[in-house]
Design a binder for this molecule. Structure first.
Ligand code: AMP
Length: 583
C-alpha cells in the first residue's frame, strides 16, 4: 500500500487537514467542525498551545500568542513570542505539526508527505517558505497547489469541457478572487486579485462597534477599556454574525458583562439582518470591485464566467451570495463546506499525486428550493403570489433557515402559510407541498412580524414552523418526502411551462397591447427558459454554448429593460435553440 499523502489548507485564520479514506476525502479534526484556528501561543506553564486553545488566550495574552502568521511568510521578519524570536516558517511549522499529528492519530500510521495549498498570488519566496515550514514539521511537501485550483477540485468541476470558473474566497481576514480556466485536465489560474485585510473579521468588527455603542448609550460605559469584556463582546459578535446567515435577526445576550458602581451590567440586544447588511454592504461592494479587476485581468466579462465557486467561511453570508447572483445573473455554488473546500481539494490532489483513484466527495444537498408566497413585486408588478425562497436549492442538508414576514393589515389575526417547492418567482407556478393557517395572532397594527422557519433533514422531511415574534404563538407542520414526491410532478409542471413556449402562445399578434399579466407571464417563462438553457450549457458544443450564452444575455437584457418586444424575439430564439439541442 502506498504511503498516505495528506492535504493541508494552511490558512490565515484557520487551517484544516484532509485525507482520503476509502478513496473519499474527509477532513480530520478534534474540534466541533474540524477547523484548527491558525494561532500559536505559549501557555502559563511554558507549554506550547496551537489552535483553539491559543485563540482563546489571544485576547488576554497577545504578547504570548501569534495569529495570521501566513501574512508574514516569505519575509525576513522575526516573531517575538514570550520573549523569544521565531521565523514565520517556524510558527507555521507548529501548526503543520499539529495537523500532521491529527492525521496520524486518525490513520493510526506515521505520515511524512503532504500537499499544501497557497494563495494564487503567493510569490516564489512565499511558496519556498511554505515548503520550509513543511520540512521543519517533518513533512515532505510533494506539491504546493493554488487554493482556487484546490477549490475547483473539491467542487469536481467538469474537466472535459472548457470552462471559466470564478473562485470567490472570503475568509476571516483575507479576500481572494481568481479566474480559473479549466480545459482537458489543465487548471490554470488566469488572473487573481484580492485584499489581504478584508474578511469576516471586518464584519465582526462592525457588530462589535454596534454593541460598544449600545452599551455606551444604555449604560454610559466604555467597554473598550476592559480587555476581558471586549473578548466576550468579540465572541458574541461573531456568533451573532453566524446566526444572521440563517435567520433574520439575532439576539445578543451576555449576562454580567461587567460591574458598574457595584451593579452588574447585562448585554441584551437584538440585531436584524437588515441593519447588519447595511453595516457590511461597503465591504461586499469592495469584494465585487476586486472581482471586476480580476475579470479585467483575465480579459473576460461577467457573461464569460460559467461557474462561481464559493470558498471561505464568510461566503455563508447571504448578502455576499445575493450580490454575486445579481452581478452574474447566476447562483454561485456553495454546496461544498466553504471552510473545508480547499483542504478537500488538497486531499484530492494528494490522492492524484499518490496514484490513488478518488471517488466523488458529493455532499447531500437539496436539489430544490423551498419557500412561501408573500406580497411583493415580480418583474415590477405587484402580486400576492411572490415566491420567497427560504431554503435555496443546492444547500447542504440538514439545513435550517428562517425568514420574517409581516401581517399586511391592521387587526390581521390569521395568516395562511403555503409552502412551495420550485424556482419560479411566482409561487403558484411552483408545487405547493403543504399549507396551514395560524390563528389567534395579536390584534395589532399591520407589520406584526411572524417568523417562518424551515428545517430540512437528511430523509427529506421538511419541518415548518410559524411563530408570532411578539408572543411566541407557534404552529408547525411536518411534510414528509418533500424531496421525493417532487420528482415527477415537478418535471411535469416544468414541462408544461416550457411547453407553452413551443405551443406558439408567444406568436401572438397583439403588438404593443401586451397587458401587464402577460408581460409578467412572459418574464416568468423567459426565466424558466434561461434556467433550462443554463442546465444545457455544460454539455453544449462550443458553438451552441456561445449562442446560448449570447441569447441568455439578450433575454436578461430584455427583462431588465422591460422591453417586451425584444423579450418575445429573444425568448423565441432561445426556445428554438433549446428545442434544436434537445431533439
Ligand atoms: P475561513 O478563514 O475560511 O475559515 O473563514 C473564517 C470566517 O468565516 C470567520 O470570519 C468566521 O466568522 C466566518 N464564518 C464562519 N461561519 C459563518 C457563518 N455561518 N456566517 C458568516 N460567517 C461565517
Amino acid at each position: 500500500m502506498s504511503e498516505t499523502i495528506i492535504g493541508i489548507d494552511l490558512g490565515t485564520t484557520n487551517s484544516e487537514v484532509a485525507v482520503l479514506e476509502n478513496d473519499r476525502p474527509i477532513v480530520i479534526g478534534d474540534g466541533p467542525n474540524n477547523i484548527v484556528p491558525s494561532y500559536v501561543g505559549i501557555a502559563d506553564d511554558g507549554g506550547i498551545l496551537v489552535g483553539e486553545a491559543a485563540k482563546n488566550q489571544y485576547a488576554l495574552y497577545p504578547e504570548r500568542t501569534v495569529k495570521s502568521i501566513k501574512r508574514r511568510m516569505g519575509s525576513d521578519e522575526r516573531v517575538v513570542l514570550d520573549g523569544k524570536e521565531y521565523s514565520p516558517q517556524e510558527i507555521s511549522a507548529v501548526i503543520l505539526k499539529r495537523l500532521k499529528g491529527m492525521a496520524e492519530q486518525r490513520l493510526g500510521d506515521a505520515v511524512s508527505k503532504a500537499v499544501i495549498t497557497v494563495p494564487a498570488y503567493f510569490n516564489d519566496a512565499q511558496r519556498q517558505a511554505t515548503r520550509e515550514a513543511g520540512e521543519i514539521a517533518g513533512l515532505e511537501v510533494v506539491r504546493i497547489i493554488n487554493e482556487p485550483t484546490a477549490a475547483a477540485l473539491a467542487y469536481e468541476v467538469e474537466h472535459r469541457v472548457r470552462q471559466n470558473v470564478l473562485v470567490y474566497d472570503l475568509g476571516g481576514g483575507t479576500f481572494d478572487v481568481s479566474v480559473v480556466r479549466i480545459e482537458e485536465d489543465v487548471v490554470e489560474v488566469v488572473a487573481s486579485h484580492g485584499n489581504n485585510h478584508l474578511g469576516g473579521d471586518d464584519f465582526d468588527q462592525r457588530i462589535i462597534d454596534h454593541i460598544v455603542k449600545a452599551l455606551h448609550d444604555q449604560h454610559d460605559v466604555d467597554a473598550r477599556s476592559q480587555q476581558q469584556t471586549m473578548a466576550r463582546i468579540t465572541r458574541a459578535a461573531e456568533q451573532a454574525k453566524c446566526v444572521l446567515s440563517d435567520h433574520p435577526f439575532a439576539k445578543i445576550e451576555e449576562e454580567y458583562l461587567f460591574e458598574r458602581s457595584g451593579n452588574p451590567v447585562h448585554l441584551d440586544l437584538e440585531l436584524s439582518r437588515e441593519d447588519y447588511e447595511a453595516m457590511i454592504e461597503p465591504y461586499v461592494t469592495e469584494t465585487l470591485d476586486a472581482v471586476h479587476i480580476a475579470l479585467k485581468g483575465a480579459e473576460l466579462t461577467v457573461s464569460d464566467i460559467d461557474q462561481i465557486l464559493l470558498v471561505g467561511g464568510a461566503t455563508r453570508t447571504p448578502l455576499v451570495r445575493r450580490r454575486l447572483e445579481e452581478e452574474f445573473v447566476r447562483q454561485p455554488r456553495g454546496e461544498v463546506d466553504p471552510d473545508l473546500g480547499v483542504a478537500i481539494g488538497a486531499a484530492i490532489q494528494a490522492g492524484i499525486s499518490a496514484g490513488v483513484s478518488v471517488s466523488t466527495c458529493l455532499v447531500d444537498i437539496t436539489p430544490y428550493t423551498f419557500g412561501t408566497a408573500a406580497l411583493g413585486e415580480v418583474g415590477g408588478i405587484p402580486t400576492h403570489e411572490m415566491f420567497v425562497p427560504v431554503i435555496r436549492k443546492n444547500s447542504p442538508i440538514p439545513v435550517t433557515k428562517s425568514e420574517l414576514f409581516y401581517t399586511s393589515y391592521d387587526g390581521q389575526q390569521e395568516v395562511d402559510v403555503r409552502i412551495y417547492q420550485g424556482e419560479d418567482p411566482i409561487a403558484s407556478n411552483n408545487i405547493e407541498i403543504g399549507n396551514f393557517r395560524v390563528e389567534g395572532l395579536s390584534d395589532v397594527e399591520e407589520g406584526n412580524p411572524v417568523l417562518l422557519r424551515l428545517s430540512l433533514d437528511l430523509n427529506g422531511v421538511l419541518h415548518v414552523t410559524a411563530t408570532e415574534k411578539r408572543t411566541g404563538l407557534e404552529k408547525s407542520i411536518k411534510i414528509d418526502n418533500s424531496l421525493a414526491r417532487i420528482g415527477e410532478e415537478g418535471i411535469e409542471a416544468a414541462k408544461e411551462r416550457i411547453g407553452v413556449l413551443f405551443d406558439g402562445a408567444w406568436s401572438t399578434d397583439e403588438g404593443s397591447e401586451t397587458g401587464d399579466s402577460e408581460a409578467q407571464q412572459g418574464i416568468v417563462q423567459a426565466r424558466a427558459l434561461i434556467e433550462k438553457a443554463e442546465r444545457l450549457l455544460n454539455n453544449a458544443s462550443p458553438e451552441d454554448k456561445e449562442d446560448l450564452v449570447d441569447l441568455i444575455e439578450s433575454v436578461n437584457d430584455a427583462i431588465a429593460s422591460q422591453n417586451m418586444d425584444a423579450l418575445k424575439t429573444t425568448t423565441a430564439e432561445l426556445a428554438d435553440i433549446i428545442y434544436y439541442m434537445e431533439n
